[in-house]
Design a protein around this ligand. Structure first.
Ligand SMILES: Nc1ncnc2c1ncn2[C@@H]1O[C@H](COP(=O)(O)OP(=O)(O)OP(=O)(O)O)[C@@H](O)[C@H]1O
Ligand SMILES: [Mg+2]
Length: 302
Protein backbone atom coordinates (compact mmCIF):
# COMPACT_ATOMS: atom_id res chain seq x y z
CA UNK A 1 0.00 0.00 0.00
CA UNK A 2 1.82 3.09 -1.22
CA UNK A 3 -0.83 5.82 -1.06
CA UNK A 4 -0.26 8.95 -3.08
CA UNK A 5 0.48 11.58 -0.48
CA UNK A 6 -0.49 14.43 -2.74
CA UNK A 7 -4.12 13.28 -2.75
CA UNK A 8 -4.20 11.73 0.74
CA UNK A 9 -6.32 13.73 3.22
CA UNK A 10 -4.02 15.33 5.73
CA UNK A 11 -5.36 15.76 9.29
CA UNK A 12 -3.20 18.87 9.67
CA UNK A 13 -4.55 20.41 6.48
CA UNK A 14 -7.07 22.58 8.28
CA UNK A 15 -4.14 24.29 10.02
CA UNK A 16 -2.40 25.15 6.76
CA UNK A 17 -3.57 28.27 4.97
CA UNK A 18 -4.64 27.64 1.36
CA UNK A 19 -2.30 28.71 -1.44
CA UNK A 20 -2.94 32.26 -2.72
CA UNK A 21 -5.38 32.41 -5.65
CA UNK A 22 -3.69 31.52 -8.94
CA UNK A 23 -0.60 29.98 -7.33
CA UNK A 24 -0.20 26.28 -8.07
CA UNK A 25 1.75 23.73 -6.08
CA UNK A 26 4.11 23.31 -9.07
CA UNK A 27 4.84 27.06 -8.88
CA UNK A 28 5.67 26.75 -5.18
CA UNK A 29 8.01 23.81 -5.80
CA UNK A 30 9.65 25.60 -8.76
CA UNK A 31 10.20 28.82 -6.77
CA UNK A 32 11.71 26.88 -3.88
CA UNK A 33 14.00 24.88 -6.16
CA UNK A 34 15.15 28.02 -7.99
CA UNK A 35 15.85 29.72 -4.66
CA UNK A 36 17.90 26.75 -3.41
CA UNK A 37 19.88 26.49 -6.63
CA UNK A 38 20.59 30.25 -6.82
CA UNK A 39 21.89 30.21 -3.26
CA UNK A 40 23.92 27.04 -3.77
CA UNK A 41 25.56 28.74 -6.74
CA UNK A 42 26.26 31.96 -4.79
CA UNK A 43 27.70 30.00 -1.87
CA UNK A 44 29.86 27.81 -4.09
CA UNK A 45 31.18 30.76 -6.13
CA UNK A 46 32.05 32.69 -2.99
CA UNK A 47 33.54 29.88 -0.94
CA UNK A 48 35.57 27.90 -3.52
CA UNK A 49 38.77 29.07 -5.21
CA UNK A 50 37.93 29.86 -8.86
CA UNK A 51 34.33 29.11 -7.86
CA UNK A 52 32.74 31.03 -10.75
CA UNK A 53 34.87 29.31 -13.38
CA UNK A 54 34.28 25.85 -11.92
CA UNK A 55 30.52 26.43 -11.57
CA UNK A 56 30.24 27.56 -15.18
CA UNK A 57 32.17 24.48 -16.31
CA UNK A 58 30.16 21.88 -14.36
CA UNK A 59 26.72 23.55 -14.26
CA UNK A 60 25.24 21.57 -17.15
CA UNK A 61 26.38 18.20 -15.79
CA UNK A 62 25.35 18.55 -12.13
CA UNK A 63 23.24 15.57 -11.04
CA UNK A 64 20.39 16.72 -8.81
CA UNK A 65 19.00 14.23 -6.31
CA UNK A 66 15.57 15.10 -4.91
CA UNK A 67 14.68 13.46 -1.60
CA UNK A 68 10.99 12.60 -1.33
CA UNK A 69 8.71 11.09 1.30
CA UNK A 70 8.97 7.29 1.31
CA UNK A 71 5.62 6.54 -0.28
CA UNK A 72 5.94 8.99 -3.18
CA UNK A 73 5.96 7.31 -6.51
CA UNK A 74 6.04 8.01 -10.25
CA UNK A 75 3.07 10.40 -10.12
CA UNK A 76 4.62 12.69 -7.53
CA UNK A 77 8.05 12.41 -9.14
CA UNK A 78 6.67 13.58 -12.48
CA UNK A 79 5.24 16.73 -10.86
CA UNK A 80 8.59 17.44 -9.21
CA UNK A 81 10.29 16.81 -12.54
CA UNK A 82 8.11 19.46 -14.20
CA UNK A 83 8.89 21.89 -11.37
CA UNK A 84 12.65 21.21 -11.71
CA UNK A 85 12.46 22.00 -15.43
CA UNK A 86 10.42 25.12 -14.75
CA UNK A 87 13.05 26.22 -12.19
CA UNK A 88 15.82 25.61 -14.80
CA UNK A 89 17.53 23.07 -12.58
CA UNK A 90 17.50 20.67 -15.52
CA UNK A 91 16.10 20.77 -19.03
CA UNK A 92 13.50 18.64 -20.78
CA UNK A 93 16.36 16.95 -22.66
CA UNK A 94 18.75 16.18 -19.80
CA UNK A 95 16.26 15.58 -16.92
CA UNK A 96 16.30 11.84 -17.72
CA UNK A 97 19.88 11.43 -16.50
CA UNK A 98 20.52 14.58 -14.40
CA UNK A 99 17.45 14.39 -12.15
CA UNK A 100 17.27 11.51 -9.69
CA UNK A 101 15.02 10.65 -6.74
CA UNK A 102 15.70 8.93 -3.44
CA UNK A 103 13.28 8.12 -0.61
CA UNK A 104 13.86 10.01 2.64
CA UNK A 105 14.55 6.90 4.70
CA UNK A 106 17.10 5.60 2.22
CA UNK A 107 18.81 8.99 2.17
CA UNK A 108 19.03 8.81 5.99
CA UNK A 109 20.89 5.51 5.74
CA UNK A 110 23.52 7.08 3.49
CA UNK A 111 23.80 10.03 5.88
CA UNK A 112 24.22 7.71 8.86
CA UNK A 113 26.86 5.62 7.08
CA UNK A 114 28.92 8.68 6.12
CA UNK A 115 28.70 10.41 9.48
CA UNK A 116 28.60 7.44 11.85
CA UNK A 117 30.25 4.56 10.07
CA UNK A 118 29.99 1.28 11.91
CA UNK A 119 29.83 -2.38 11.08
CA UNK A 120 26.10 -2.75 11.62
CA UNK A 121 25.27 -2.66 7.92
CA UNK A 122 26.33 -5.97 6.38
CA UNK A 123 24.96 -8.01 3.51
CA UNK A 124 21.60 -9.53 4.61
CA UNK A 125 21.19 -7.23 7.65
CA UNK A 126 17.52 -6.38 8.20
CA UNK A 127 17.06 -2.97 9.74
CA UNK A 128 14.40 -0.29 10.14
CA UNK A 129 14.63 3.46 9.70
CA UNK A 130 12.31 5.44 11.93
CA UNK A 131 12.03 9.09 10.94
CA UNK A 132 10.54 10.99 13.88
CA UNK A 133 9.67 14.38 12.46
CA UNK A 134 7.41 17.23 13.46
CA UNK A 135 4.04 15.88 12.43
CA UNK A 136 4.71 12.40 11.07
CA UNK A 137 6.72 9.35 12.01
CA UNK A 138 7.72 7.14 9.09
CA UNK A 139 8.98 3.61 9.45
CA UNK A 140 10.65 1.68 6.64
CA UNK A 141 12.23 -1.77 6.92
CA UNK A 142 15.11 -2.73 4.65
CA UNK A 143 17.04 -5.83 3.76
CA UNK A 144 20.64 -5.02 2.84
CA UNK A 145 21.27 -6.62 -0.55
CA UNK A 146 24.83 -5.30 -0.67
CA UNK A 147 26.82 -3.19 1.80
CA UNK A 148 29.42 -1.86 -0.68
CA UNK A 149 28.02 -0.25 -2.69
CA UNK A 150 24.91 0.14 -0.57
CA UNK A 151 21.91 -1.58 -2.12
CA UNK A 152 18.70 -1.94 -0.12
CA UNK A 153 15.32 -3.49 -0.73
CA UNK A 154 12.21 -2.73 1.34
CA UNK A 155 10.87 -5.80 3.12
CA UNK A 156 7.36 -4.36 3.47
CA UNK A 157 5.51 -1.14 2.56
CA UNK A 158 6.57 1.80 4.73
CA UNK A 159 4.29 2.94 7.55
CA UNK A 160 3.29 6.50 8.36
CA UNK A 161 1.84 7.51 11.72
CA UNK A 162 0.46 10.98 12.34
CA UNK A 163 2.51 11.96 15.37
CA UNK A 164 5.78 13.75 16.14
CA UNK A 165 7.42 16.70 17.85
CA UNK A 166 4.66 19.26 17.36
CA UNK A 167 2.19 17.00 19.17
CA UNK A 168 4.38 17.25 22.28
CA UNK A 169 4.14 21.06 22.16
CA UNK A 170 0.35 20.82 21.87
CA UNK A 171 0.17 18.65 24.96
CA UNK A 172 2.51 21.00 26.84
CA UNK A 173 0.22 23.90 25.92
CA UNK A 174 -2.81 22.01 27.27
CA UNK A 175 -0.91 21.12 30.44
CA UNK A 176 0.07 24.78 30.99
CA UNK A 177 -3.52 25.92 30.42
CA UNK A 178 -4.67 23.50 33.12
CA UNK A 179 -1.86 24.30 35.53
CA UNK A 180 -2.34 28.06 35.22
CA UNK A 181 -6.15 28.03 35.21
CA UNK A 182 -7.42 30.93 37.32
CA UNK A 183 -4.04 32.69 37.46
CA UNK A 184 -3.02 35.94 35.75
CA UNK A 185 -0.54 33.97 33.62
CA UNK A 186 -3.19 32.03 31.73
CA UNK A 187 -3.29 34.36 28.72
CA UNK A 188 -2.46 33.35 25.12
CA UNK A 189 0.69 35.52 24.79
CA UNK A 190 2.25 34.22 27.98
CA UNK A 191 1.34 30.60 27.23
CA UNK A 192 2.87 31.07 23.78
CA UNK A 193 6.13 32.39 25.24
CA UNK A 194 6.20 29.40 27.61
CA UNK A 195 5.68 26.93 24.75
CA UNK A 196 8.36 28.74 22.71
CA UNK A 197 10.77 28.48 25.65
CA UNK A 198 9.86 24.80 26.02
CA UNK A 199 10.63 24.17 22.33
CA UNK A 200 14.00 25.89 22.57
CA UNK A 201 15.32 25.00 26.00
CA UNK A 202 13.49 22.10 27.59
CA UNK A 203 12.32 19.84 24.77
CA UNK A 204 15.88 19.00 23.58
CA UNK A 205 16.97 18.30 27.19
CA UNK A 206 14.02 16.35 28.57
CA UNK A 207 15.08 12.83 29.48
CA UNK A 208 12.34 11.84 31.92
CA UNK A 209 14.93 11.40 34.68
CA UNK A 210 15.38 14.80 36.31
CA UNK A 211 12.74 15.93 38.85
CA UNK A 212 12.55 19.53 37.78
CA UNK A 213 12.80 21.54 34.57
CA UNK A 214 12.81 25.35 34.67
CA UNK A 215 11.19 27.21 31.81
CA UNK A 216 12.37 30.80 31.48
CA UNK A 217 9.57 32.65 29.75
CA UNK A 218 9.30 36.13 31.26
CA UNK A 219 10.95 38.89 33.29
CA UNK A 220 12.10 39.19 36.90
CA UNK A 221 8.86 40.78 38.06
CA UNK A 222 6.80 37.77 36.87
CA UNK A 223 6.01 35.94 40.10
CA UNK A 224 3.19 33.57 41.00
CA UNK A 225 4.28 31.27 43.77
CA UNK A 226 0.96 29.40 43.85
CA UNK A 227 1.57 28.15 40.29
CA UNK A 228 5.34 27.70 40.63
CA UNK A 229 6.42 30.91 38.89
CA UNK A 230 9.39 32.81 40.25
CA UNK A 231 11.30 35.65 38.56
CA UNK A 232 10.02 34.82 35.06
CA UNK A 233 10.56 31.10 35.37
CA UNK A 234 8.02 28.34 35.80
CA UNK A 235 9.11 25.12 37.47
CA UNK A 236 7.81 22.01 35.72
CA UNK A 237 8.10 18.53 37.13
CA UNK A 238 8.74 15.27 35.39
CA UNK A 239 5.06 14.41 35.99
CA UNK A 240 4.02 17.65 34.24
CA UNK A 241 6.06 16.90 31.12
CA UNK A 242 6.27 13.13 30.74
CA UNK A 243 2.64 12.61 29.59
CA UNK A 244 3.17 15.15 26.78
CA UNK A 245 6.14 13.15 25.45
CA UNK A 246 4.39 9.84 26.01
CA UNK A 247 1.65 10.88 23.57
CA UNK A 248 4.30 10.47 20.88
CA UNK A 249 6.60 7.79 22.30
CA UNK A 250 3.66 5.44 23.05
CA UNK A 251 2.53 5.62 19.43
CA UNK A 252 6.03 5.06 18.07
CA UNK A 253 6.68 2.11 20.40
CA UNK A 254 3.31 0.56 19.57
CA UNK A 255 3.99 0.85 15.87
CA UNK A 256 7.47 -0.68 16.33
CA UNK A 257 6.25 -3.65 18.33
CA UNK A 258 3.54 -4.35 15.75
CA UNK A 259 5.71 -4.07 12.65
CA UNK A 260 9.36 -4.81 13.39
CA UNK A 261 9.54 -8.21 15.13
CA UNK A 262 7.60 -9.87 12.28
CA UNK A 263 10.21 -8.59 9.81
CA UNK A 264 13.10 -10.05 11.86
CA UNK A 265 14.56 -6.57 12.29
CA UNK A 266 18.00 -6.48 13.97
CA UNK A 267 18.75 -2.74 14.09
CA UNK A 268 16.67 0.43 14.19
CA UNK A 269 18.14 3.65 12.86
CA UNK A 270 16.40 6.60 14.51
CA UNK A 271 16.47 9.85 12.53
CA UNK A 272 14.44 13.07 12.25
CA UNK A 273 14.34 16.09 14.56
CA UNK A 274 12.36 14.43 17.33
CA UNK A 275 14.64 11.42 17.00
CA UNK A 276 17.25 13.61 18.74
CA UNK A 277 15.08 13.77 21.86
CA UNK A 278 16.95 12.03 24.71
CA UNK A 279 13.60 10.81 26.09
CA UNK A 280 12.50 9.35 22.75
CA UNK A 281 15.88 7.60 22.46
CA UNK A 282 15.72 6.22 26.00
CA UNK A 283 12.17 4.89 25.75
CA UNK A 284 12.64 3.41 22.31
CA UNK A 285 15.94 1.68 23.08
CA UNK A 286 14.36 0.07 26.16
CA UNK A 287 11.40 -1.09 24.12
CA UNK A 288 13.60 -2.48 21.35
CA UNK A 289 15.91 -4.25 23.75
CA UNK A 290 12.96 -6.37 24.86
CA UNK A 291 12.72 -7.57 21.25
CA UNK A 292 16.52 -8.04 20.92
CA UNK A 293 16.86 -5.12 18.54
CA UNK A 294 19.52 -2.44 18.80
CA UNK A 295 18.89 1.28 18.47
CA UNK A 296 21.29 3.35 16.37
CA UNK A 297 21.05 7.11 16.75
CA UNK A 298 22.40 9.77 14.44
CA UNK A 299 23.08 12.93 16.42
CA UNK A 300 24.76 16.15 15.34
CA UNK A 301 22.63 16.36 12.19
CA UNK A 302 23.64 19.03 9.71
N1 LIG B 1 17.14 17.93 19.99
C1 LIG B 1 15.81 17.78 19.89
N2 LIG B 1 15.09 17.21 20.89
C2 LIG B 1 13.76 17.06 20.80
N3 LIG B 1 13.01 17.44 19.74
C3 LIG B 1 13.66 18.02 18.71
C4 LIG B 1 15.08 18.23 18.73
N4 LIG B 1 15.44 18.82 17.55
C5 LIG B 1 14.29 18.98 16.84
N5 LIG B 1 13.22 18.51 17.54
C6 LIG B 1 11.80 18.48 17.14
O1 LIG B 1 11.73 17.80 15.89
C7 LIG B 1 10.63 18.30 15.14
C8 LIG B 1 11.08 18.60 13.72
O2 LIG B 1 11.67 17.46 13.17
P1 LIG B 1 12.02 17.39 11.61
O3 LIG B 1 12.85 18.55 11.23
O4 LIG B 1 12.56 16.02 11.34
O5 LIG B 1 10.56 17.54 11.04
P2 LIG B 1 10.04 17.66 9.55
O6 LIG B 1 10.85 16.78 8.65
O7 LIG B 1 9.93 19.09 9.19
O8 LIG B 1 8.56 17.10 9.76
P3 LIG B 1 7.79 15.89 9.06
O9 LIG B 1 8.81 14.85 8.73
O10 LIG B 1 6.82 15.44 10.10
O11 LIG B 1 7.13 16.49 7.88
C9 LIG B 1 10.14 19.55 15.85
O12 LIG B 1 8.93 19.24 16.55
C10 LIG B 1 11.26 19.87 16.84
O13 LIG B 1 10.79 20.46 18.02
MG1 LIG C 1 10.70 14.88 7.91
Amino acid sequence: MHPSLISQPNPLESELPPLPAGVTIEQVYADMMRYLMDNTQKYFEKSSPKGEVIWARVRDTIVIVLVTPNAWDIREQSRLRLAAIRASLVTEENAGHLLQFVAESEASVHYALVNHPGDWLQKNTVFAVIDCGGSTVDTAVYHCVSATPVSLSETCPSERVQTGGIFVNREVKKMLNNKLRGSAFNVPDIIKSMVDAFEKDVKPKFDGIRDRYDLKFGVIRDNGLRVGIERGRIALSNEDLKPAFDVVTDKVCKDCSEVLPGQKTEYVLLVGGFGDSPYMQKVLSEKLRAYHMELITVEDRG
